[in-house]
Design a protein around this ligand. Structure first.
Ligand code: ADP
Length: 337
């Protein structure tokens, strides 16, 4: 009997191990940007040392994360007397990405759901020169939050309230003339202080889609892939130039993944298979577990490159997804724990 028990235990252990490595691989895949092919070679390089004071004001406390290109540090803002975040990129990285992010963060400064930019500059630690942006600290991203929840899903009582905030932030980004082009759960973060607030982060892949006169720029042919494979629209796979619609498709995929726990193509490796599954999951076929999302999905799919989305309409469709007895004061899934 004890042998059996042992067997059982070791089997369980194995399964756990397998699950863990699967999850790790999954996380890696999700984080991987196409443009990240030159992937974070600076991963293990210390760009800012604990205790350093940046811009004479921000005292570095330690590293809290890394994305495809950047390292994220937590720091203490001596002026505001609160924590903040510093996004740092080694000077060998393409500076245009950070410049773009600064442009967008400045254009949207003070807007709801957009982290406030506090400073920017250059830094050198030993031989490593880098560029940095200091901004408002946000909390965990929705990818990490979801994985920590029971069944790895965000419930319907929380999901749509959170995604409505993402949509509002996205509409502000679009309204300022920019496309996000990398919307995904790991770029949606809960507030560091108020965790019922959601922030849209990472403006390194944005593109100005309106010209100075507010007219949609002419689409370019055969553009390079941008964004993250799992969340990119079929137009992006086809290397068409992208418009606001394509951010909304990423918004849709993000909503489905956060609520279902996965997307139909989560475990596919090749573009070909992912494309096939995306083609097969349109409208109600994508929303089998979240039928309330069908109308929003159909509206998003009905748009084209030149469409200026009707955000009011889409927001109303998202509001309709909330359970009728839901009170705004009800805690979010992650507030229970
Ligand atoms: P990259 O452009 O390299 O992908 P991101 O800006 O997406 O970098 O940041 C990577 C991760 O770091 C995010 O998923 C998030 O968890 C964390 N992060 C980014 N910005 C902040 C911030 N202002 N406050 C706290 N954490 C952040």
């Amino acid at each position: 009997e004890t042998e059996e028990k042992k067997d059982d235990e070791s089997k369980k252990k194995d399964e756990k191990k397998e699950e863990k490595s699967k999850r790790k691989e999954d996380e890696k895949k999700e984080k991987q940007n196409i443009a990240g092919a030159v992937y974070n070679q600076m991963r293990n390089t210390i760009l800012m040392e604990e205790g350093s004071v940046i811009s004479g004001r921000f005292e570095v406390k330690g590293i809290i994360g890394g994305g495809g290109f950047a390292q994220i540090y937590k720091a203490w803002d001596k002026v505001r007397k609160e924590d903040c975040a510093i996004k740092v990129e080694h000077e060998s990285q393409d500076i245009r990405r950070m410049k773009l992010e600064i442009t967008v963060l400045l254009a949207l400064r003070g807007s709801m759901g957009i982290p406030e930019i506090l400073a920017q500059g250059k830094w050198q630690h030993e031989d490593n020169k880098s560029h940095y942006i200091v901004m408002q600290l946000v909390g965990r991203n929705l990818s990490d939050v979801r994985r920590a929840l029971p069944h790895k899903r965000i419930t319907e009582r929380t999901l749509y309230r959170a995604m409505i905030q993402v949509l509002k932030a996205l509409s502000l980004v679009h309204g300022a003339g920019f496309l996000h082009r990398d919307l995904k759960p790991s770029n949606c973060c809960i507030g560091a202080i108020d965790c019922t607030r959601i922030y849209l982060i990472d403006y390194g892949l944005t593109r100005q889609y309106l010209d100075k006169g507010g007219i949609v720029r002419k689409p370019r042919a055969g553009v390079g892939l941008r964004g993250t494979v799992r969340y990119m629209s079929l137009d992006a796979h086809a290397r068409q130039d992208l418009g606001p619609k394509n951010d909304l498709v990423a918004f849709l995929y993000t909503t489905i993944e956060c609520g279902d726990g996965y997307l139909p193509w989560s475990h596919e490796k090749t573009h070909e298979n992912i494309i096939k599954l995306k083609q097969a999951h349109i409208g109600d076929k994508l929303c089998t577990k979240q039928p309330v999302m069908t109308k929003a999905a159909e509206y998003i799919e009905s748009l084209n490159y030149h469409s200026i989305p009707d955000y009011e309409k889409l927001l109303a469709l998202m509001e309709e997804c909330n359970p009728p007895d839901l009170k705004e004061s009800e805690p979010y899934d992650w507030q229970y724990r």
